[in-house]
Design a binder for this molecule. Sequence first.
Ligand code: ADP
Ligand code: MG
Length: 232
Amino acid sequence: MTFAETIASARTQNRTLLSEVEAKAALGDAGVPVTATTLAQTREEAAAQAEAMGYPVALKVVSPNVAHKSDVGGVVLGLESHEEVAQAYDEIIRSVQAAQPSAAIEGVSVQEMAAPGVEVIVGVATDPQFGPVMMFGLGGIMVEVLGDVAFRLAPLGEGDARDMIDEIQGRQVLDGVRGQPPVDIGAIEAMLDRVSVFAAEHPEVAELDLNPVIASPEGAIAVDARIVLAEA
Ligand code: ADP
Ligand code: MG
């Protein structure tokens, strides 16, 4: 499905929130590195998709009503076999139904596991006056508690992505702390640039969150993606 088709289908269903699977497909087409992600609607389908993708995989609930998948037991990481995937499928459905009985569950996404690294956040918000605004920060408490983030208008100009990265207070975490190797800063820059072009080219995108992007010495890849469309 093209992004235009995804938007049209969301419009006919009167929804503005795209699923993680839809958001990653659109971003992947736009050249943003995302983990390979497919939608499974039975445990057998999940196991077959995992087998085709190669282990380890992650499984996550796909529901238009679940904003934070891990809060409702909707994320299981590092599955290594057909049996583990089939079990995790059932476990996710059970946990989400117990935690949020009203949630409509479309299925479970099967995705490749990203290599370990530093979790960062790339986002786009729409300012009523200035249009799309890019956001960058370190993942987890750095953003949520400390508000250590950098903003720039989209599309980013030459050098803007690098300036955003250098501006955050936790910058040195990306150079490697506690014996960790430095991450690929150029890959984060490229991700910011591509997301900014995507946002500028698609004014129907009101909000976009890649939370987290995992940055490592080998590159940067989005493992979670959320897109909210502007009201039609
Ligand atoms: P939530 O809806 O709770 O934000 P996420 O998709 O972000 O769910 O998953 C929760 C956490 O699991 C992420 O912050 C990340 O640490 C880890 N994670 C998720 N997907 C992957 C993946 N494909 N590879 C590696 N780690 C992952
Ligand atoms: Mg997330």
